[in-house]
Design a protein around this ligand. Sequence first.
Ligand code: GLN
Length: 456
Amino acid sequence: MNTVKEFIENGADENFHEEFKEELEEKSEELEFMRAIDPDKVKDGELSGIPFVVKDAIATEGTVTSAGSKIIEDYKPVFDATVVERLKDQGATFYGKTNQDEFGFGTFSTNCAFETPKNPHDPERVVGGSSGGAGAIVAAMDKPLISIGESTGGSITNPAAYNGVVGITPTYGRVSRNGLVDYGNSLDKIGVLAKTVFAVAKGLEVIAGHDEKDQTTVGGAVPAFAENLKERDSMKVGVPKQYVELEGLEEGVRENFEESLEKLREKGAEVEKVDMPLLRKDISVSSYYIIAMAEASTNLARYSGMRYGLEKDPQDFEDFNDYFSEIRSEGFGEEVKRRVLIGTYARQAGYRDQYYIKAAEVRQKIINQFKEAFQEYDVLVSPSMPNIAPKIEDAEDMAPEKVYAMDTLTVGPNLAGLPMISVPNGTSEGMPTGLHIVGDHFEEQTILDVAKTFEE
Ligand code: GLN
């Protein structure tokens, strides 16, 4: 087997699965990015035997789906999420669940209720978040695989960048969310991480498309993203001024980005700076976190010890409030509690207009600003993250608002439901950095083609 493309097209040879399992077990233990390993049967199909792993927040029948939280640490769904079902139907082989920040709340996977996964490029550093395990496993394995992640505000392209792999977040509504443990329903998108642009294109093609179990999915035929992949010889590329002028953008990251622009120019791109004032950190990060936390705080109400997960003997408690408080105090981590408090506050009567409604208005303006930019440009590009993966100990010590600020480059396009991809663009201090390519709604093929052009 030579390339990922060949592997996907021709399937696995007879020794592949045994070798894959061995390598996976060894690396998972070393880097703590798996929650459960569960090799399934190999079926014949389009993806004949290609291995896939799934972020822990996505339902897998009979395998623990904890979303990185203690409150549902033993939850085994009785069904597969639509994306899992579709991969299995195409003959892909399910290998297990990848570790993540609790309920997707984080940027470094340091908010996992279980172990913190370590970066395969340097075990002292983080893997990114919240689909951190999903990115790390792709980087760690010598063998090709498809890794299913989920992004609310950047959780696919962030770990793709920190681990030096490719990650695509599709347009909101392109992929079914049926079976996803919701974070923020108006923001959540399931996508793919893998070693190459071809592999993410193929993975996306398989999981995308209308699903009657998720009425927010769009109808119509799904393009053959992988087969249609082609290098471009011309393109109009916009560089949001607010992104390159971001305070805290590390020098090494900036240099790699400048080189990427040069490379794109060599491939025929016309590159221009574009002024997008609403992408400023104070505007986009605040509106994202208000909306995301407001939605999260309502989604989390179901974890009360009544129907799912952690439970205790009600006889030991005075009343239901007492019971719920005990269950939630014990089952939720610190970041989850913080978000329940802030989210509930932001949407309660009396404060709603000032916070939630205002953030929703800003969100619409951000969408309009992107739409305007896409009348002029095929894609918008920036670094995927402002820094290289920080050291685990430094990330753990960072104040919440500093962590949230790290998402400045990814929350804008996520608020707008736009498709985005991160491709590796060199290293700084020995750690990978990523080029972020954002497209207009349903222009996945455009960003994949630009990524392919860049990758070649
Ligand atoms: N870091 C962001 C947050 O904590 C994004 C996480 C995500 O996309 N799940 O909300």
